[in-house]
Design a protein. Structure first.
Length: 430
């Protein structure tokens, strides 16, 4: 029997939320801390499935760490260089792209290793070809174990690096992030050339900023070419505080914009290093009232109007916008989001299917979605496709005058296990 959560119609949204740590930052700093010289104390680490997959992988690869009882603080003893596992290892990495892609690059730096990376069925449908091709061109021996160009993969090491590395930027920024993170550890200097348009550029900014925290400088030439000196060491900053997750912030901000009251989000500010912080500007341009201070952002309801935007840089919050647009006046167009198709599910197809249930008219193309909001939002049952972001963004339908039922609500454990508990905290009913 399917697990279903029904959210009753909410009359008003009001309150304060302390945001959990960013997933994108958490998994990057875990890996950088493990590679660094010295010990690093990470504060406000996200406690979720994707982070647990990284921690489990690091443990199996011989990295020592101490995790606090609430799993929000982690002291990592750095390895001062690449991991050198002596035995055959099989790592199950769920559906965590922020784990499998960087580890593929990192483990290929071994002269010789015997490691299999695998995951959930959806992971086996998520492409890894462009990253693997770049690594193979530098000498890595990597074999596909099932379907060509997709996990599971068998890594045997051997990547010596190339002075010039080419990578296709059009599918996932995580491929480039993976190459950037290993480049300082290669003997020679590295130049990474991007062909095709680089998607999700703000995630590359996160990678470069965090590498700098650990002592490594990356030269970024307009997202077309990146230069990194080789034979460097990551150096622990001693302590690093992880800011709140800007993607998770989008659901609460939208809830306030639709049916506030005011929602105040602690542990994040407008100078966040995450690209998804741009969502506050999107809501502002739609009519919401946004305020911010030293370590908070707040949003207050106002009449929302539609928007027409290219959201290639911030595809995750584009999903929140799609559902929010059901409550706006006019037709909303979200463009340049082809990479929705290669995420946790084919998000373009999934969002179209579920938005139509509300009574909205939806038009989709290869890389865009157009949303004509309905006069009245139907009572619906949302299929989540085991995709955490679909579960979270469609919770906003409870702000209509109808309940919404979410199939498999526990899929939010990928990035935000307590989401529905936190959402309830700011929800007031008739």
């Amino acid at each position: 029997m399917k697990n279903i959560l029904t959210l009753q119609p909410i009359n008003k949204i009001q309150g304060s939320i302390f945001l959990p740590g960013s997933k994108s930052i958490s998994n990057r700093v875990l890996l950088l801390s493990a590679l660094a010289k010295g010990s690093t104390k990470l504060i406000n680490l996200l406690n979720s499935d994707d982070i647990n997959h990284m921690l489990n992988a690091l443990k199996k690869l011989g990295i020592n760490f101490v995790l606090s009882h609430n799993k929000k603080e982690c002291l990592i003893m750095g390895n001062d260089g690449i991991f050198k596992p002596k035995k055959k290892i099989k790592l199950f990495l769920g559906n965590a792209g922020t784990v499998i892609r960087p580890l593929t690059a990192l483990l290929s730096l071994n002269e010789k290793c015997d490691i299999i990376l695998t995951g959930e069925p959806r992971m086996k449908e998520r492409p890894i070809k462009h990253l693997v091709d770049s690594l193979k061109n530098g000498g890595a021996v990597i074999e596909y174990l099932e379907k060509k160009n997709y996990p599971p993969i068998h890594i045997k090491g051997g990547f010596k690096g190339n002075k010039f590395i080419k990578i296709n930027g059009s599918i996932s920024s995580q491929f480039l992030t993976s190459l950037l993170m290993i480049s300082p550890l290669i003997k020679g200097n590295t130049v990474i050339n991007i062909y095709n348009n680089l998607v999700s550029k703000p995630y590359i900014d996160i990678t470069i900023k965090l590498m700098k925290v650990f002592g490594i400088y990356v030269e970024n030439n307009n997202y077309k070419q990146f230069k990194i000196y080789g034979q460097q060491n990551y150096i622990s900053p001693g302590e690093y505080i992880i800011e709140g997750d800007a993607s998770s912030a989008s659901y609460f901000l939208s809830a306030a914009a639709i049916k506030g009251g005011t929602v105040r989000l602690e542990n994040i500010n407008k100078n966040s290093i995450q690209g998804d912080i741009k969502y506050i500007n999107i809501l502002k341009s739609m009519g919401a009232i946004i305020n911010y201070g030293k370590n908070y952002i707040s949003c207050t309801k106002n009449t929302l109007k539609s928007i027409n935007m290219d959201l290639n840089d911030i595809p995750d919050v584009a999903m929140t916008l799609a559902v929010t647009s059901l409550f706006a006046k006019g037709i909303t167009t979200i463009k340049n989001i082809y990479n929705w198709r290669v995420k946790e599910t084919d998000r373009l197809q999934a969002m179209s299917n579920e938005l139509k249930k509300t009574g909205a008219k939806i038009i989709t193309g290869n890389d865009y979605i157009i949303i004509f909001p309905p006069k009245y939002i139907n009572k619906v049952i949302i299929e989540t496709y085991n995709d955490h972001r679909i579960a979270m963004c469609f919770s906003l339908l409870s702000l209509s005058n109808n309940s919404v039922s979410i199939i498999n609500p526990n899929c939010t454990s990928k990035t935000y296990p307590n989401f529905f508990k936190e959402f309830k905290k700011i929800s007031f009913y008739n």
